[in-house]
Write a protein that binds this ligand. Sequence first.
Ligand SMILES: *Cc1c(COP(=O)(O)O)cnc(C)c1O
Length: 265
Amino acid sequence: MTTVGDQKSAGTGQTTLKQRYDAVRARIAEAARRVGRSPDAVLLAAVTKNASIDQVRELIELGHVDFAENRVQTLVQRAGQIEEFLQRHRQIRGSKPVNLPDRLRWHMIGHLQRNKVRRVLDLVRLVHSVDSLRLAEEIQVASDRREEPVEVLVQVNTSGEKSKFGVAHAAASHLVEQIDTMMTLRPRGLMCMAPLSDDPETARPVFERCRELIEDIRSEGLGGNHFNILSMGMSSDFEIAIECGANIVRVGSAIFGPPVPEAEQ
Ligand SMILES: *Cc1c(COP(=O)(O)O)cnc(C)c1O
């Protein structure tokens, strides 16, 4: 099978997508083991916002299923392109068993404007970025005919930075409680981002606060049995996040490389 993407860079001293993907997975497993957790307990969401569509296809061929986007428009477009790609594969392969998934699992990780909610709901497995009651209510309205509830995380602004989205630490448990009363939403946990910094260790106290917060909310009996996802950690700090209890990490550039200028994609 020929693979698309950046295989050709092998041997030139640069790493291939497969090498970077394998390295990230090995680092995830190592970080999990350091704190006595199973590597399987950490889900890797591959963030495709700076990836080319060929790289996304290549990662799918490597068996990856969970992908994340932070913009609605890109997510909708990519999901459509990938669906076509999977269909073509199915036709070409006919009845031969192939290693490709039936569907990808998309994660919406960026700020979600209320007027765009409808466009993503049917495509995503998990919305990581619910940061207001109004947004939760909009999702409720848009999902009133669904059989399965929409699974959401509450995004917490644990770092206290003004520029970041997310509810204040002190408001998170109340929002979880409110979401839990909505029939077509299921609160699954919390998402947070560490402030940008050259030193990944600055993320540790932020991640620890977020872990304490989810434990507090659970011990108050809020959120229900399913309230157990902690989405934190990106390319620069995912190992620290895992040490602090993350069970979803969102990794982009460590897998796909630095952003490619648009003209080259
Ligand atoms: C871009 C992005 C990521 C991944 O960032 P990298 O540094 O490329 O790994 C993770 N989470 C969110 C919300 C993002 O927007």
